[in-house]
Write a protein of this length. Structure first.
Lengths: 292, 392, 326
């Protein structure tokens, strides 16, 4: 942990909770808010008539790793998928509220989700390489964006960033499906960074991997965070505690009348605070293992 | 790293757009594909339009009182007796289903419940090959092999008795299914536990056996009467409705087999395991658990096959034993025209469809009736399939 | 626990008694079960047997032409007498080839395009549901009805005056009619192949900023290609074997003038015949001239070779890819 001191400093600066907008912010908090890269305000997600996520407001600062934790079915993946408009692909899914990225509302009519996804990349729960060669996997993003030259440099840089280069440099033209699960997931990370995104969304990227592969990916996240802002959904609380600067805890609000569950954001704060001194009882119950 | 103290580099919505060229391409592709869909849909409209516009003339101008007797079908002479082509259609379809029903369903049950994966990997492709044989080939086969070797040589009497016996078996099976369904309804009313029927009560058996005896007696008398009154000598070289019916039946075996097998495959394995866990034999599981559970799918298979048999043209055209026109008949051993064969005959003259007044329009009228019948059957079958899908 | 206390002799007696009683019951149901199994196997075997008899009887009928004069038969033309040494299926093969080309050019792009739209673009609403039901119903419409459509629309030009383009009773009319006939088959099989593409693949491509069409072109279609190809091959074999619509559209069943060259466009608007039509015609004439039975059988052998080869390739292709992808 070379940059552990830096980590601590960052944690001490703290993060803001904007779920309660009416509360007054002090000077320091305002300054911090200036490097907010992504700001979600009153985001609701509906599947048809069913409200999956209710009134989520959340700020993400540049170059931080924000972990979204909570019991399953609490809508954390759904929230993550709002940031690159992946929910657009689900028929009858609807998002209300605003998510602004560098001051632009991602759900603005003029915004093209395709370009959003280029700037806000994503790594999925299950490694999903294309059934193509390793090279073509990484070069896919730049190619569809119209790039024709310098692809081999991009591929090399991306694979190096994903700590995969040494393992695959001799077989770039063999199928990506021949790689191990952990290697495939790192290839997916390489594929995501190849398009030079600003933000990386990671949806439980280690849940399908063994502990050794998981450790490699966590290490990798620490080294690439200087270039990217990372949002990670995880089931694993230890993982969130190990890698994230800020943690957002979600839970599901059970409506007993018609037995529906709606995801809500309970609290967000520096990871250390969430795990050692949470302000909400529900968070405490969850992180101490009493529920969930 | 952007300088954190001075804040972030802000952007505008125009930065989050793709190049105009890419956007244009998306739009062009989307609309081109939509046109493809619309063309596919337009086909239905055109079929309806062309059928209706011509058939309407026939409906308006034909003398309806002359279309319902036993006059024969002579479209070129202006004689359009509907029963003359309706009854052979019914006969051919019935014979086809008598052939295809047991064979197709038997094959499906065997494939679904008994066959191992190796046997399946051999038999499925063979059934698919059978499904791919063009109907004109079956027409040739029905005329040159089935007619002389089955219909004429084995003899009409044996043939009839076999047919009626299978029909009787159908009645028994139907009665059995009806009683088990009734029982299930009753037991559902009393308790909601899952039960596997392993047999029937004595009273039901007695009623069934009694009704079977009566039925067989009636059928036997019917056979005797039928042969006495209706069956003439069949020349070995000629086609007949029976030969055509068997040919159509062979053609529909793979359809019955594949649709019923799909239905049985949709029945969850837990039901098989539950039945086996109660000590039921494979046969009991198949007949009392799987087939009833997949019943709506199997019914759909029979309906689809019926629709296919009604719409089948070439087998009857070649092996049906009538060309161009036909006298009224209700004997399967006579030659006759089904609706489809009547259409093909009318169109296959040396030149365009010619004849008096409504000849051409009659073609479209028959086509319209055929279209509506098959459409109705297919829609009903789709409902049954949907019901099966809902259940599991 | 009790069984352990009992001595072995008593134990054996008890179990034997139990066995005996259940055996008596079991034997009856075992017989019944075996009987049932045999009946099912018989159904399957009978089906296989029919297929075998069909193939053998057709081939035996056709041996004369197939074995002794295959070259002449493939190069020969339609004749009025069966003993004519120039009797053959050249014109028929030629017409069938043109029909396949027209079907491929018209039905494949339309059908695959419609399938892509329905699976990837269409919103989930009533209109889409209506279109899907519509296409499924089209697949169940008897082929002879398509013949009526072709006759009204393309041959007689009753609606748009299309007969001026098709030339009436022509190869083009027949090919277009069959293209319309196989269109729903192509749409349905292509839709199924596209449905089988895993969503994770689409998400991965969208996730790196690909547009919808880019995702389809670079991921969905390559993955679905074997399934789509299977569907198109099956529809080709259907088009080659389909007869009733051709009768309605007015294929020539008697003698036919000399062929224009294969790749002269006038072949499209000329009178035509096709393999299944020749089979029909010869089968019908066999009552008058028995020699035509053998000719028809030989033509069937040619047709079956084409149809079965195309079908086997399609089925083999599908099975291989299904296996490969588990």
């Amino acid at each position: 942990m070379a940059d552990s001191t830096e980590l601590i400093i960052e944690r001490e600066r703290g993060s803001t909770i904007v779920s309660d907008i009416s509360s007054s912010h002090d000077e320091a908090a305002f300054e911090v808010a200036e490097d907010v890269l992504l700001r979600a305000e009153k985001v609701n997600v509906y599947y048809g008539d069913f409200r999956a996520v209710k009134d989520v407001s959340l700020d993400v600062r540049q170059h931080e790793i924000l972990a979204l934790i909570g019991p399953s079915g609490c809508g954390k993946s759904t929230v993550l998928r709002c940031y690159n408009r992946m929910n657009d692909l689900i028929k009858d899914a609807r998002v209300t509220g605003t998510i602004s990225y560098r001051g632009v509302n991602l759900y603005d009519e003029e915004v093209d989700p395709v370009e959003v996804r280029r700037r806000i990349g994503m790594v999925f729960q299950k490694p999903n390489p294309f059934p193509k060669s390793i090279f073509d996997n990484v070069a896919y993003g730049p190619r569809v964006a119209g790039q024709k030259k310098g692809l081999s440099e991009i591929v090399e840089i991306s694979l190096r960033k994903a700590a995969l280069w040494d393992e695959v440099k001799d077989r770039l033209n063999s199928s990506a499906l021949g790689l191990s699960g952990g290697q495939q997931q790192r290839l997916c990370i390489a594929r995501a960074v190849a398009i030079d995104p600003d933000v990386l969304l990671m949806d439980e990227p280690c849940s399908a991997l063994d502990p050794i592969a998981t450790a490699r990916i966590e290490e990798l996240m620490q080294t690439i965070k200087k270039d990217y802002t990372i949002l990670i959904v995880t089931h694993n609380m230890q993982q969130a505690a190990r890698i994230s600067d800020t943690t957002a805890f979600f839970t599901s609000d059970v409506e007993t009348r018609n037995d529906t569950r709606t995801g809500i954001l309970v609290e967000v704060g520096p990871t250390e605070n969430i795990f050692s001194n949470p302000s909400d009882e529900r968070t405490e119950n969850y992180v101490t293992g009493r529920f969930g | 790293m952007t300088d954190a103290s001075t804040g972030l580099q802000a952007i505008t919505a125009s930065h989050l757009q793709i190049s105009p060229l890419r956007r244009l391409r998306e739009m062009v592709v989307r609309h081109t594909l939509l046109v493809a869909v619309l063309v596919s849909v337009m086909v239905s409209a055109l079929i309806l339009w062309s059928l209706l516009s011509e058939a309407w003339d026939f409906i308006v101008h034909v003398v309806w009182s002359d279309t319902w007797g036993q006059l024969g079908w002579f479209p070129r002479r202006g004689i359009y007796d509907i029963p003359t082509i309706l009854i052979p259609t019914f006969i051919v379809t019935l014979i086809a289903m008598i052939v295809a029903g047991p064979l197709g369903l038997g094959a499906a049950i065997y494939l679904s419940e008994y066959a191992g994966s190796r046997v399946r990997s051999w038999i499925k492709p063979i059934l698919e090959i059978l499904a791919g044989i063009p109907s004109v080939v079956l027409g040739f086969f029905a005329l040159t092999w089935i007619a002389p070797n089955l219909v004429a040589r084995i003899g009409k009497n044996v043939f009839l008795i076999i047919g009626l016996a299978i029909l009787a078996a159908y009645v028994v099976v139907a009665a059995r299914i009806a009683t088990t369904q009734l029982k299930k309804l009753k037991s559902r009313a009393t308790d909601r536990e899952f039960t596997v029927d392993t047999g029937m009560e004595n009273t039901t058996w007695i009623t069934l056996t009694a009704s079977l005896v009566v039925l067989t007696a009636v059928l036997a008398m019917g056979v005797v009467w039928f042969i006495d009154v209706w069956v003439d000598f069949i020349p070995a070289s000629a086609g007949s409705l029976a030969a055509a019916g068997i040919g159509v039946g062979i053609l529909t075996i793979p359809l019955v087999a594949s649709v019923s097998e799909d239905a049985m495959a949709a029945v969850p394995n837990s039901l098989r395991e539950a039945s086996a866990g109660l000590g039921a034999e494979k046969m009991t599981t198949a007949t009392n658990v799987i087939v009833p559970a997949a019943l709506s799918g199997i019914v759909a298979a029979f309906i689809v096959a019926t629709s296919r048999a009604i719409g089948e043209t070439m087998v009857v055209f070649l092996a049906g034993g009538a060309a161009d026109a036909s006298e009224f008949t209700i004997s399967p051993f006579d030659g006759g025209l089904t609706m489809t064969a009547a259409m093909a005959s009318l169109a296959s003259g040396t030149d365009n469809v010619v004849g008096e007044g409504l000849t051409f329009q009659s073609l479209y009228f028959v086509g319209l009736v055929l279209f509506l019948i098959t459409l109705g059957l297919n829609l009903v079958a789709a409902r049954f399939v949907a019901r099966l899908r809902e259940a599991y | 626990m009790i069984s352990r206390i009992l001595d072995s002799k008593t134990k054996n007696t008890i179990s034997r008694a139990v066995e005996k009683r259940s055996l008596a019951q079991d034997r009856r149901s075992a017989y019944k079960s075996t009987f049932f199994r045999v009946i099912l196997q018989a159904a399957l075997l009978l089906t296989m047997l029919i297929l075998l008899v069909l193939l053998v009887s057709v081939f035996l009928n056709g041996t004369d032409h197939i074995l002794s004069r295959l070259g002449d038969f493939l190069n020969g033309t339609m004749r009025s007498r069966s003993v004519d040494e120039k009797l053959g299926v050249h014109q028929a093969l030629y017409g069938s080839l043109w029909i396949v080309i027209i079907v491929a050019v018209c039905a494949f792009p339309l059908g695959i395009g419609a399938a892509i739209y329905l699976e990837e673009y269409a919103p989930e609403n009533r209109f889409t549901a209506f279109i899907e039901v519509n296409i499924n119903n089209l697949a169940g419409v008897p082929s002879v009805v398509y013949g009526l459509l072709g006759l009204a629309l393309l041959v007689n030009g009753q609606i748009f005056g299309l007969d001026r383009i098709t030339g009436g009773r022509s190869t083009l009319s027949a090919g277009l009619t069959l293209a319309v006939l196989v269109l729903p088959i192509v749409v349905i099989t292509a839709s199924e192949a596209i449905k089988a593409v895993p969503n994770s693949l689409r998400e991965a491509a969208y996730g790196v900023g690909a547009t919808k069409w880019e995702v389809i072109r670079t991921q969905v279609l390559p993955y679905a290609a074997p399934g789509v190809l299977t569907g198109t091959l099956l529809s080709v074999s259907r088009a080659v074997g389909e007869t009733a619509p051709l009768i309605l559209v007015g294929a020539v069943s008697g003698r036919l003038g000399p062929n224009p060259g294969l790749f002269e466009m006038s072949a499209l608007t000329d009178k035509f015949t096709a393999l299944p039509l020749v089979i029909t015609s010869w089968t019908q004439q066999s009552g008058r001239d028995v020699g035509f039975t053998a000719a028809a059988a030989a033509a069937i052998v040619v047709l079956l070779v084409v149809v079965l080869v195309v079908n086997s390739v399609a089925i083999g292709l599908r099975n291989r890819f299904e296996k490969k992808r588990g």
